[in-house]
Ligand binder design. Structure first.
Ligand SMILES: [Zn+2]
Length: 175
């Protein structure tokens, strides 16, 4: 097991829609390292393109919160329906030291496959819904900062450029 480098904002792979997983073994070969990387970086989710792999899968674990959920591997995820609305502060391992309150649907119905090849349609809500929506966005080339209003986004433009150039912003910011 090993910690992998996390790809940062500015790398083109994070702006691409990932390819569907057809060979599940490719996922199984990577998930242990992805979980290690996510735990080491204190993240709650990690998308495959964040470790430079162009495939549609993610690992998620929010078990350190008060929500009783274990680690999950989610493959070829697709949001079928969403409803409600909630505001929550988000951060991202690919956009270090920048956090912002983002409005997203509260509940999603997700179609996906697990690491055993089983297909699911499952409702998610609360924190797990939020983390999954953030990772589904990654897998389609979207960052949480894309949801900021132009006025708020302008406050982080310089820092995003710094991350793209050096991997870290000169200062952190919470919006
Ligand atoms: Zn992220």
């Amino acid at each position: 097991m090993a910690k992998l480098p996390v790809i940062k904002y500015g790398d083109p792979i994070l702006r691409q829609k990932t390819r569907p997983v057809e060979d599940r073994q490719q996922v199984l070969d990577l998930v242990d390292d992805m979980f290690d990387t996510m735990y080491e970086e204190e993240g709650m989710g990690l998308a495959a393109n964040q470790i430079n792999v162009d495939l549609n899968f993610m690992v998620v674990d929010i078990s350190h919160t008060d929500e009783d959920e274990g680690p999950r591997v989610i493959i070829n995820a697709e949001v079928v329906e969403s409803s409600g609305s909630s505001d929550l502060e988000e951060g991202c391992l690919s956009i270090p030291e920048i956090r912002a309150t983002i409005t997203r649907p509260e509940t999603v119905l997700l179609r996906y496959e697990d690491e055993h090849g089983q297909e699911h349609e499952e409702h998610f809500d609360r924190l797990l819904s939020r983390v999954i929506q953030h990772e589904v966005d990654h897998l389609t080339g979207i960052f949480f900062t894309d949801y900021l209003t132009p006025a708020k986004h302008s406050l982080i433009d310089k820092r995003l450029s710094e991350i793209a150039e050096t991997g870290a912003p000169s200062t952190g910011i919470i919006l």
